[in-house]
Design a protein around this ligand. Structure first.
Ligand code: F6P
Length: 549
């Protein structure tokens, strides 16, 4: 069971507060003059090189943080997490997405029941089905092979498959993959108009199969499929089975929707939506890159799980990254973290990690049900480098906020254009250096003087060209973007999220915060569709009236 300790009441938290006061103004630049920080603060694991030396830390900081993790009983929490205990207490569920990427012969139980056999069965089904789609042996209703696959889902049932399909685009086959998520009809219709019903497969993904967006889009897609170019007397109802499959825990609702039982890929309530990519929710990924690549993706994630479970805290990548998050979030009062992948392939990663992190750790009540009196979940944001350098890096360099940033890059490029890759990675490396070292007024003045600028002009301009520096970054460098290394990267962030939540004494695996808006949207929809409007505040009533008018 989880420990329910208030982090701020621990001895180590108090020590961290004192240590923070002592170190908060220390310049990293100065710390780099003492000893070999790069060697001291770099973790190497398989093809991962994680340099966290450009952080506002010393060996003492890390020791206090690790003591804090121990005092919060992180080791026990890890046992409970991997051991299948009901750590998602408010929903009464275990959290077992890690079981989905464990080897086929693993022994994993939930409530005393072995879950590995059913996982293996589902994997086999994913394999078989994805192979029939890729090979073209699965035929549409006119006997043609499938050319286009449309994933209909939202949240974890969309972001994961979309993000991974994009990330692994280099490994992709001939099939065209589309994603429909928003209840915005323009999203579904914009996509449908490009498709041919004869050669399109819809994968409807919804753990609950009650989600308004997904069901609306699935219904619209089914109606389109039944009617599009249908000849008089043609009945395509019976052909739905060849063109619609579903991934869900709610078998009854799926059958009611009209999807045949053999076309349902099951998942389990011990898999949270935002961690479901490793389950049949990844079907679109397997179809897009082939089952073997999907397996490699799972394998990489499992290797990271083993590292996370078995490494001492001082060698443990997810634990170290989570401790740094706590350090900045709770002591430096940083509000957000940026994730900057230096590869265009990972352009959806920040959006994916927004859900994974913010839906998990955006909580203000602790595990005892009491309001927290300290900060919890960070705001996650980002875009690929180098695009982001030309967009929002100004604020990271010279703004008033501290924004710890993860730089993610690869030693090798996939298409092998070394000229481009060197430029890309020069930017990655230079940015972390610039953020750390900054530029002093003395340096600015010298630089301007060397251009021949007059003293009065220099006086005017110099303050604007100073870079404070001392901005924290983690440099994550991986050999190559492969399905395996990418699985490990995602698992690294998932584990980091778990550690953060545990250290903040919150429940990371429920998401009650999304319910209220959903409920009220139902009421407002009645008001929009009906003649009368129920009682709301004056702003909402006026807006409904304005919309209807
Ligand atoms: O928005 C809340 C949420 O439950 C997410 O956690 C989930 O990923 C998403 O909705 C979609 O849910 P479902 O897969 O049940 O349609």
């Amino acid at each position: 069971m989880m420990n329910k300790i208030n982090p701020t009441k621990t001895e180590s938290w108090k020590k961290l507060l004192g240590h923070y006061d002592a170190i908060k103004d220390t310049q990293m630049k100065k710390l780099f003059q003492e000893g070999d920080r790069a060697a001291e603060f770099t973790l190497k694991w398989k093809d991962f090189y994680v340099d966290y030396s450009k952080n506002r830390i010393t060996a003492e900081t890390m020791q206090h943080l690790r003591d804090f993790a121990k005092e919060m009983k992180l080791g026990e929490a890890l046992d409970a997490y991997f051991g299948g205990e009901v750590i998602n207490e408010t929903e009464g569920r275990a959290v077992m997405h890690t079981a989905l990427r464990a080897p086929a012969d693993a022994k994993i139980t939930v409530d005393g029941e072995n879950i590995v056999d059913e996982i293996n069965e589902t994997k086999q089904k994913i394999k078989n089905f994805s192979e029939t789609i890729i090979s073209g042996s699965h035929k549409g209703f006119t006997g043609k092979a499938i050319t286009d696959v449309v994933n209909i889902g939202i949240g974890g049932s969309d972001l994961g498959p979309d993000m991974v399909t994009e990330a692994l685009a280099y490994y992709k086959n001939h099939l065209n993959i589309h994603f429909i998520s928003n209840v915005d009809g323009d999203h579904v219709h914009e996509n449908l108009q490009k498709l041919n019903p004869e050669t399109t497969l819809f994968v409807v993904v919804s753990k609950s199969f009650t989600t308004q967006e997904t069901l609306s889009n699935a219904n619209t897609a089914r109606n389109w499929f039944i009617r599009k170019n249908a000849q008089p007397g043609e009945d395509r109802q019976k052909d739905v089975a060849k063109h619609f499959v579903a991934v869900s825990t709610n078998l009854e609702a799926v059958k009611e929707f009209g999807i045949a039982e053999e076309n349902i890929f099951t998942m389990w309530d011990w898999v949270g939506g935002r961690f479901s990519i490793w389950s049949a929710v990844g079907l679109t990924i397997a179809i897009s890159v082939g089952y073997n690549n999907f397996e490699s993706f799972l394998k990489g994630a499992h290797a990271m799980d083993e590292h996370f479970k078995n490494s001492d805290f001082d060698k443990n990548i997810p634990v170290t990254l989570a401790l740094l998050t706590v350090w900045y979030n709770n002591f430096f009062k940083a509000e957000s973290e940026a994730i900057i992948p230096y590869t265009q392939y990972l352009h959806r990663l920040p959006a994916y990690l927004q859900q994974a992190t913010m839906e998990s750790n955006g909580k203000s009540v602790d595990q005892n049900g009491d309001p927290v009196d300290y900060q919890t979940g960070t705001i996650i944001w980002g875009e690929p480098g180098t695009n982001s350098q030309h967009a929002f890096f100004q604020l990271i360099h010279q703004g008033t906020k501290i924004i710890p940033t993860d730089f993610i890059g690869y030693k090798e490029s996939l298409h092998g254009d070394q000229d481009h890759h060197n430029k890309l990675m020069a930017n990655y490396l230079a940015q972390t250096e610039a953020l750390m070292t900054g530029k002093t007024e003395v340096e600015v003045r010298k630089e301007l003087k060397d251009t021949g600028m007059a003293g009065t002009e220099i006086d005017k301009l110099a303050p604007f060209k100073v870079f404070e520096g001392n901005k924290p970054t983690n440099s994550i460098l991986i050999n190559k973007l492969t399905p395996e290394s990418f699985g490990a990267l995602i698992a690294m962030y998932e584990s980091k999220i778990f550690v953060e939540g545990m250290l903040w004494n919150i429940f990371s695996f429920d998401q009650w915060g999304v319910e209220l808006g959903k409920q009220l949207a139902k009421n407002v929809l009645k008001d929009i569709n009906g003649d009368d409007i129920a009682k709301h505040d004056s702003s909402t009533t006026a807006l409904i009236n304005y919309f209807k008018g």
